[in-house]
Design a protein around this ligand. Sequence first.
Ligand SMILES: *Cc1c(COP(=O)(O)O)cnc(C)c1O
Length: 390
Amino acid sequence: MIHSHSSPESLNEVIIDTSALETNFRILQQRVGQDIQIMAMIKADAYGHGMVRAARSFSRAGCTSFAVAEIGEGVELRQAGIEGRIFVLLGYQDAEAQLFVDYDLTPVIFEDRALALLSQVALRNRRKIAVHLKVDCGMGRLGFMPAELPTLMTRLDDFPGITLAGIMSHFPLADTPDSRPTLEMYRRFQSACACCQAPGPVLCHIANSGAALYFPETCGDMVRLGISLYGYYPDGAKGKDRDTGEHLIPAMSFTTRVIQVKSLPPGSGISYGHSYITDKETRIAVLPVGYADGFLRTLSNTAQVLIKGQRARIIGRVCMNLCMADITSIPGVNPGDPVVILGSQGHETITADEIAHWMGTISYEVLCLFGNNNKRRSLTSDPKKMNEHK
Ligand SMILES: *Cc1c(COP(=O)(O)O)cnc(C)c1O
């Protein structure tokens, strides 16, 4: 691998396989069908994969719709040259509303006040702002309640700067393949869509990865995919095992290097709190990874890492920047040896689902923690693409 950096690199590195991102997009586009658009969810810095890098990868695979949480992320994408539609799901301050026009961003609206504000901004610019309405069909989170829609529709004429371009909702249970509420919610969403007429086309979208994979009848005009684009199933390993289609490819790996190897006699306490006491002569590898790097303290005495293609258990507490792996049964480990925290080495693989299981959480959180707390680099042999994350 060629390194073009001039500053010293961290021993910890999150590597993003951009070709996996492209492949996943193509697999999923084929799965949902060519006539259904995919909105790539690249909020939270693309679930830790790097927002601009991910947007470019998905663009190369044919993606033309992206979604971020806040308006600042949308501006950053445009400044990086990302084309297509960019949806701002949840946040901006009133004074920033002009940016929707300046950067051609699409706001998702979930309360009345925004309609008046955005309409004013649009008129001031002699433009129209296309908006998508968020409806709460059972998520119990953001959005207009369906009962509010008929009145809202009669009032749309009061906001001449606004064009209604889409209706969206969100599923709370679609990652459970046999959840009946999902279909009930979809019916509610369909009635909501039916009462939202506009002169132009109105896109209806509700499906996330779970719905797109397990409830294809809910795909509507567009699906909003996050976790599946990054190579994971919303219900974890179960989903992967069940899936008979072409397997999605995890795009993120996380590696570090051994910084010290030593032997401790039986009865030695390891790390803060001595939560682990050796019962025999024990060889440990000290690793420069800790909770500050997203390798959370709950992984103490639980997680495994890969060294020389074998699994080694983390013993003792995970510290801020350090943790210890038991390498008693792995001969020949030396300082500088590569260690895989997430990903493959030799014939072994540790997935974000496995780490999530150790942490009592879901792959989404693991990817955000690792990706957003470490230096990232794209894995690619093309030097032009290699620098794209800078
Ligand atoms: C994050 C998000 C999604 C994507 O969910 P996945 O389970 O990652 O596919 C879809 N819709 C909305 C509104 C979201 O916030």
